[in-house]
Design a protein around this ligand. Structure first.
Ligand code: NAP
Length: 247
């Protein structure tokens, strides 16, 4: 059983608390301003791994404090990519383990693998062109989604005749080397990502639809079990197959 501290008791923190036990994690403490609790030697005593899903502004301060207390970290908060090098250095200097992801969902990480394999295969068939589409509810404040960017990177890495993604509106024909990736925002649409392959004869579509946030919380808890006792700076995507094989 991994002993965890939940840092940030918002939507994700609360879901992680709910699903912890059935995923082999025991919640030792919850740190959040609205609970009047803080990161300290006392509050993190007996903790193996801190799972951080706070607002982006406090990520760096939190990582610094937790690292100095020599506790490992699952970093779920997004919006810190400009501080990645600083955070990596803090982790290595304090000799702890940290695992991060912009998307901890098991299904989405399986989808990444499926798209990785399928684009390698389709790259051998010149008849098919590739495109992407992401759809979300009307409260989402950005587009394209971070996940759309990751999918584009995978497609471009594996497809000889695609060099970059085109997310914006076009006033001209799409160029062969551009991957056209569209965004739709409306109503309550759950996070949906789709990669399509199109030829004269037919279309193949591979789609992921998120039903709720549980997959994200379960992925973060599995990451906590995996990173317990490890040292280093890890990208969840890269160690994903090792994590799911561990169960
Ligand atoms: N990687 C992934 O798979 C994934 C999945 C979902 C969400 N996210 C990201 O995770 C973050 C949190 O998402 P959410 O939906 O759970 O947001 P949320 O509901 O706004 O929760 C954030 C929580 O962090 C708390 N907080 C603020 N400052 C803190 C501090 N110094 N120490 C501890 N807690 C603090 C907030 O408290 P107050 O309300 O009192 O300020 C709030 O309870 C966002 O960046 C989101 O983009 C990532």
């Amino acid at each position: 059983m991994t002993k965890i501290a939940i840092i940030g008791y918002g939507q994700m923190g609360q879901l992680i608390e709910k699903l912890a036990l059935e995923n082999n994690c025991q919640v030792v403490t919850i740190i959040d301003p609205k609970l009047d609790s803080e990161i300290s030697e006392e509050s993190l005593a007996n903790v193996d791994v801190c799972i951080n899903f706070t607002v982006p502004d406090v990520v760096l301060t939190n990582i610094d404090k937790i690292s100095q207390l020599k506790k490992n970290i699952v970093l779920g908060t997004t919006g810190w990519s400009d501080k990645k090098e600083i955070i990596r250095k803090i982790v290595l200097k304090n000799d702890i383990g940290l695992i991060y992801a912009s998307n901890f969902s098991l299904g989405m990480n399986l989808f990444f693998s499926i798209i990785d394999n399928s684009t390698k295969l389709m790259n051998q068939v010149s008849e098919y062109d590739i495109w992407g589409l992401e759809m979300h509810h009307n409260k989402k404040i950005d587009s394209p989604s971070g996940t759309a960017k990751i999918l584009s990177e995978i497609v471009i890495k594996n497809t000889q005749n695609k060099s970059h993604a085109q997310y914006d509106r076009l006033n001209r024909k799409i160029k062969q080397q551009e991957l056209h990736f569209g965004s739709i925002r409306a109503g309550n649409i759950p996070g949906t990502h789709l990669i399509g392959f199109d030829s004269v004869a037919d279309t193949i579509e591979i789609k992921h639809i998120a039903r709720n946030r549980e997959g994200l919380a379960i992925g973060a808890l599995k990451a906590a079990n995996w990173v317990k006792g490890k040292k280093g700076f890890y990208d969840f995507k890269k160690v994903f197959s090792e994590i799911i094989n561990k169960g």
